[in-house]
Design a protein around this ligand. Structure first.
Ligand SMILES: [Fe+2]
Length: 256
């Protein structure tokens, strides 16, 4: 069985994820134990704190694969980036300094600032999509603005974005509210797949398989299979389509 994790911070020493090689190996073992067979290593870039260049990430991911093979950890890793929506994004694309989920540059992980969806988001997304790139919005369920106004997400999906929800969000690790909004997005078909977004943090275990099990129980095994297929399609640059609906309106209980 193939299980692809499209978003994790397991490369050592280049962002707020793994701090050293030992930790990176430990995280890889945890991923494998959770059933992950392939992982895209996606350090932050352009987020104001970390800028990680494409060539450095490719070099480090190659070295990581060698160390994993030596340690006999059966995990295949690919180089990637978690790209922050920023004024520098289009420049970085022009300079060929962006890594995608797939080799052909079809899918790009796109992160918003944690408390906002900036007003220029739609404009930048439009420019990105003009280049034939489909942004995958990562963990919208943890974004303060989207939590307050969940319909913001569907405007971005209408524009052509896809969505990844963090497995732990759906498992309740970040609290009831985030779990609930994750479920709502899933129920409305607005999410394409889960990912671990693994960092080396206490109380942040790999919960990818657990989340898929929960998904299967709550929404059926076909959807759980589709999430796995979609994650695999992202690495391969294959087509993924969301069959989504707008979020249901809140019931106005005083009407009858
Ligand atoms: Fe991340």
């Amino acid at each position: 069985m193939v299980l692809v994790d499209i978003h994790c911070h397991i490369l050592p020493g280049i962002d707020d994820g793994s701090k050293d090689w030992d930790t990176s190996i430990k995280l890889a073992k945890a991923a494998v134990k959770d059933g992950v067979t392939h992982a895209i290593c996606t350090p932050h870039t352009l987020n104001g704190r970390y800028t990680n260049h494409k060539d450095d990430i490719i070099w480090l991911t190659d070295l990581y694969q060698k160390k994993l093979d030596e340690a006999k950890v059966p995990l295949t890793v690919f180089p990637g980036q978690e790209v922050r929506l920023s004024g520098d994004l289009i420049d970085a694309l022009d300079q060929d300094d962006i890594l995608f989920c797939d080799e052909d540059g079809t899918y790009m992980l796109l992160e918003f600032p944690s408390d906002d969806v900036p007003t220029y988001a739609q404009d930048t997304i439009f420019k990105v999509m003009q280049r034939g790139i489909t942004p995958i919005i990562v963990h919208p369920e943890r974004n303060k603005k989207i939590l307050e106004e969940p319909t913001v997400l569907q405007e971005l999906i209408e524009q052509g974005c896809l969505v990844q929800i963090t497995a732990s969000s759906y498992m309740g690790t970040f609290g009831k509210k985030i779990e609930e909004i994750s479920r709502k997005f899933i129920e409305a078909g607005q999410c394409a797949c889960f990912a671990s977004d693994a960092h080396d943090l206490p109380k942040r275990q790999y919960q990818y398989s657990e989340a898929l099990k929960k998904l299967s129980k709550e929404f059926g095994s076909d959807l759980a299979q589709q999430y796995q297929d979609n994650a695999r399609a992202f690495v391969n640059g294959d087509n993924v389509q969301l069959d989504w609906r707008p979020l249901g309106k809140k019931k106005k209980f005083w009407l009858f």
